[in-house]
Every structure is written in C-alpha cells, then in structure tokens.
Design a protein around this ligand. Structure first.
Ligand code: NAX
Ligand code: K
Length: 512
C-alpha cells in the first residue's frame, strides 16, 4: 500500500475529478459518505450525542457533509464551525448551505468563545484541519485541541488528526489526540512515526474512488506492507526438493551467560525453513545447544567463554551474527578479521552492530546487500543521533546508500530502509517488546535468505512474519506473558496465514 504525500493526494483528487467528469463537491460528497457509512455501520442509530467540529476548508467541508447524512438518519448532533480564517473553501460553503437547508445551524467557535460541554459518553468528530495545514494554528485553536484532548469522549479525526503536518515534523502538543482516524484512500507516513503515531489510536483507510491508475503510477518513498503484497513473494515448497534446496544458515554469536540468544536465533531459523542450521559459539555453548536443539549442528570457538577466533571451513548460504556475542577486545579483533575474509551475505544484529559502531571503518567490509537490524539504541550508535523522525529517516536512507545495506529500524512499526525506499511493517504488538524477540527476527531473516529470497524481500517478509507470529502468540497469551520462545512456536502459523487468511488491508493498530 503506497504512502502518498499530501501533494500526491491533491494531484490524484484533481486527476480523478477531471477523468470522472465530476465536481470537487461530488468528490467531497463521496468521501464524506464513506465517513458516514463507516460510522453508521458501527453506531447503528445509537442515541449518542455526536459533536462535529468543522474547519473552514475542505476538511471542514467533509465534516459538514457527514453532519448532513447523520442528521438525515436521525442522529443527535451538534455542529461547530471553528472560525480560524475567513477564507472558506467553495465546497465548504456549498455544504454549509445544504446543512442549513436541513435547519441545522452550526455554532461558530472563535477566539474567546465559551467551549461546548462534552460528556464522557459523547462522540467527537473533528474535521478542523486536514492535509491543508501549512502553519501553526492560532493559540486559541491550540487551546481548543487541548480541550478536546482532555475530554474523555471518543474522538474521531477526519483524514488526519488536526494540527499534524502530513509530510513534516509537528511540534509537540500541537495536535488532536485521536482515538480513531478515518483517513482517505491511504494511510499517511506520520501515522507510523513514533513522534506522531502517538496521536493516532487506530485508523482505517476509506476508499473514496481516486483514480487507481493514477495512484499506481505515482512513485512513493514508502510502502505500508500488507499481506496481499507479500503473498506473491512467498515461495511454496515444491515436491521434488531436499534439505539442500533450502540453504544452510550459520548463526554466530553467544558468550558466557548469553548462549540463550543463539538458541533463540538458531531455533527461529530452523522454524522459518532453513534447510540446515549450524551455530558457531564459544565452547561453553556446546553442551547446552546440542541438548536443547538436536536439529542443529555446532561449531565451537577454541575459547571457552567468548568468541576469539571465528574461523571455520563451512561455506553456509548466509550468516546471521552478533546475538549475545559481547564486545570484548578479543571478540572485536576476531570479528574485524572475519569481516575482512568473509564474502558470504550477512544479517548483523546486536553486538555485531555495536562493534561496527565502535569502528565505523569496518562498515566498508560488510558485503553489499547485508542486513542490519538495530533497535533504537543501536541505530543511534550506527547513524548518530537525530533531531526528529524525519531527520532519522533521512540519516537512515543516507547510511543505507553509503554502505549498500538494508537497514531495519525496529520499533512499533518497523521500517526496512534500502536506498531511497522504505517499507513499513503492519504486524506486531507491544507484547513483543521482550528480551530475545530481536534474536528471533535475526534467525527468521537469515532463514529466508538461506532459502533463496533476495535479502530485501527476505527482510520485509521476515519482519512481517515475525510480527504476525507475535500477533498470533499474543492472541493466545496476552502481551505480558509473550516471550521470544512463544513467537518462534507460532512461526509455522504465521507462514500458513500468508496463504490461508485473506488479510486485512485498510486498517491497522495505531501508535498508542
Ligand atoms: N477534492 C479534494 O481535494 C478533497 C479533499 N478532501 C478533504 O480536504 C482536505 C484538505 O482540504 P484543504 O486543502 O481545504 O485544507 P484544510 O481543510 O486542511 O485546511 C483549510 C485551509 O486552512 C488554511 N490554513 C492552513 N494552515 C492554517 C493555519 N494554521 N491557520 C489558519 N488557516 C490555515 C489553508 O489555506 C487551508 O487550505 C483533506 O484533508 C480532506 O479532508 C476530501 O473532501 C476529499 C476530496
Ligand atoms: K482532521
């Protein structure tokens, strides 16, 4: 699902209006009717009081159309015009007249107005600013946002939470905190960034019939990856194959007290389809790993407690490394010598990333197309600190280009960055914020590369499946009890769900 900029959406509006020979008021009618249908389907005529706050542009126009439909269906509503500018849009004015024809007279809210009482059980729909916000709202408008934010009523935002810029940074506390956002056509980038995602409890994208061909022809930086896009990537197993067909993964890591990390990674690799899995660990890992996972093979470093040599004859298809490895001087030396020799594709996590951050020259030795999977702390050490989410993305793209690597920015919505492009994950839940969850991801991505998926495909698919497995596990165990082992146990179901479940496309968890 492509993520469009505000300008691309405006262009699509214009193109659609021309091609379908409709007026912009008709497009607004269509968009707001979708809003109405969504709300009506859920409320089913419930006698709840709905407060509709409208701006004076087209976002406000949407609010007015919605108000008219709600009125026609007998809902109990109060409509307000937030009068922040005298430049009313044409379609706003058309729809204000249509509402007045129904004898609905909106209350005007301006600077100094007493704000309406909102009950805890009421519903607020706010259509104050949409994609058109271009400068900070006036103080009295910000106070209105604050007022709405302190209310316990359920808040629905039309298109985007008012006060948020669509394609750039929004200062703190400048926007409405929406429980639900009904957005037009496609989600917006800001829904998925930590700084602004917190304003969006949940969202749904409403298809307003913008020209599909036009939309498909737009180049976008980001894609919100949904199941229907991944299904064609998935390679089903063929009958006349053997374990050699599915690659040999080598998982390198572990140190005294952190052999469990390798266990998780290797097991996840095994359960994600790698034909063979070998682990390379310090000698202290031999007995526990052989005992815990009989399916994997082991290579051991001559050193007992940490990796100090990192030499082996094996020629695996791919190497996942860094988990639980430690960053001691001896390990760092072995790692750096290994990078100089190695030509095999790498998936680098945890201490491998920390060692790269400590000696950035080593980044020049990683094979092109390697995958790096940092959590926020590791990312900061790798790319330097950032001022805001947009700055972070810019730095991440630059880093990926400079070192020709795939960068996985782990988080509530994991971003996979490769060169100019970014892929936003749609699965996963807060229960997965638990020790070992990242080790599992390393194993999953490694396994997919071993099976012949291109590293970028393997990463995007791996991140999705890892999140899906976490979602399946959470539905059984809840967030608190979720553990890395439970995620691994659901990998099989996650793979199966790719082909057996229709998959949601237009709705997602939000940032709260
Ligand atoms: N044909 C279309 O373009 C469609 C637009 N739709 C709606 O239209 C919205 C965009 O509408 P608009 O472009 O009219 O913009 P908005 O309704 O978001 O904002 C209204 C106007 O306020 C002005 N403004 C910006 N920042 C301000 C500030 N801080 N203080 C005072 N005034 C400020 C701008 O001139 C802007 O045009 C979308 O978000 C969507 O809700 C939908 O009706 C679908 C069709
Ligand atoms: K809005």
């Amino acid at each position: 699902m492509k993520i469009y900029t505000a300008q691309q959406i405006y262009d699509a509006d214009k193109f659609t209006i021309k091609k379908q020979q409709i007026t912009s008021a008709m497009l607004m009618e269509r968009a707001a009717t979708e809003l109405f249908n969504w709300i009506h389907e859920r409320l089913q005529g419930a006698p709840v009081l709905i407060h509709i706050f409208c701006g004076i542009g087209n976002n406000g126009g949407d609010g007015l159309v919605l108000a008219r439909h709600l009125q026609d269906h007998g809902y109990h509503l109060k409509v307000y015009i937030v009068d922040y500018s005298k430049n009313r849009s044409e379609d706003f004015l058309i729809n204000l007249e249509r509402l007045k024809e129904r004898k609905v007279w909106p209350t005007v809210i301006e600077k100094g107005s007493t704000l309406p009482e909102i009950g805890n059980e009421d519903i607020v729909v706010e259509a104050i600013f949409g994609l058109g916000l271009s400068r900070p709202p006036a103080d009295w408008v910000l106070q209105l946002f604050d007022y709405l934010n302190t209310s316990k009523a359920f808040k629905v935002s039309v298109d985007i939470p008012s006060g948020l810029y669509t394609d750039r940074v929004t200062p703190e506390q400048q926007a409405v905190e929406a429980d639900f956002v009904l957005t037009f056509q496609a989600p917006k980038l800001i829904f998925f960034l930590p700084g602004t995602g917190k304003y969006i409890g949940n969202w749904a994208a409403l298809d307003i019939g913008l020209d599909q061909e036009f939309l498909a022809g737009r180049e976008t930086t980001y894609d919100f990856v949904v199941q229907s896009e991944l299904r064609p990537l998935y390679r089903e197993r063929e009958k006349f194959t053997h374990k050699g067909t599915y690659g040999h993964s080598l998982i390198i890591g572990g140190s005294y007290g952190k052999i469990g990390a390798v266990h998780l990674s290797a097991r996840a690799c095994l359960h994600s389809g790698s034909g063979l899995v070998t682990a390379y660990v310090p000698s202290c890992g031999y007995i526990p790993l052989q005992t815990a996972i009989p399916e994997i093979m082991l290579l051991t470093d001559p050193a007992e407690q940490q990796i100090e040599k990192l030499e082996f004859e094996l020629e695996p298809s791919v190497i996942g490394m860094g988990i639980g490895m430690g960053t001691s001087e001896a390990t760092a030396e072995a790692f750096s010598a290994f990078l100089k020799r190695n030509k095999i594709p790498l998936v680098l996590d945890a201490d491998a990333l920390n060692l790269l951050s400590a000696d950035k020259e080593l980044l020049g030795d990683i094979p092109p197309g390697s995958v790096l999977t940092p959590h926020p702390g590791e990312l900061k050490r790798l790319i330097g600190s950032w001022e805001d989410d947009f700055d972070k993305l810019e730095k991440a793209h630059a880093f990926s280009k400079k070192y020709d690597c795939i960068l996985v920015i782990k988080g509530s919505h994991t971003f996979t960055i490769y060169g100019e492009k970014g892929y936003i994950n749609s699965t996963g839940n807060p229960g997965m914020a638990t020790g070992g969850s990242g080790d599992v991801l390393t194993g999953v991505i490694t396994a997919l590369i071993a099976q012949g998926y291109e590293p970028l495909q393997a990463t995007v698919l791996g991140v999705f499946l890892h999140g899906r497995a976490g979602d399946i596990a959470a539905s059984e165990w809840g967030y608190e009890a979720l553990s890395a082992t439970l995620i691994i146990e659901k990998m099989g179901q996650a793979f199966r769900s790719l082909v057996s479940e229709p998959g949601k496309t237009g709705e997602s968890k939000g940032g709260k």
